[in-house]
Design a protein. Structure first.
Length: 74
């Protein structure tokens, strides 16, 4: 079962790749939690993630990361 987060939303840990990463996913990089603010498609299935804090992360098509995904209740 997923834990509740403030605002009545559900949070779950998910494995993401360049094909499945979404806006709003929270990925821990270098000990800091970074929320994906924008995505840019690159050649060969790679993606560049622009975090809300301004940092960029480029992931290869085969890169696998663990992210927290917040799901709003309907």
């Amino acid at each position: 079962m997923s834990p509740l987060v403030p605002g009545g939303a559900l949070a779950s840990n998910v494995e993401v790749t360049a094909a499945t990463v979404r806006y709003g996913d929270i990925i821990q990089v270098g000990g800091r939690a970074c929320r994906v603010g924008n995505l840019f498609q690159l050649p060969n299935g790679a993606k560049q993630l622009l975090f809300e804090s301004g940092e960029l992360l480029t992931i290869h098509a085969r890169t696998r990361l663990t992210a927290v995904r917040v799901l709003r209740r309907r």
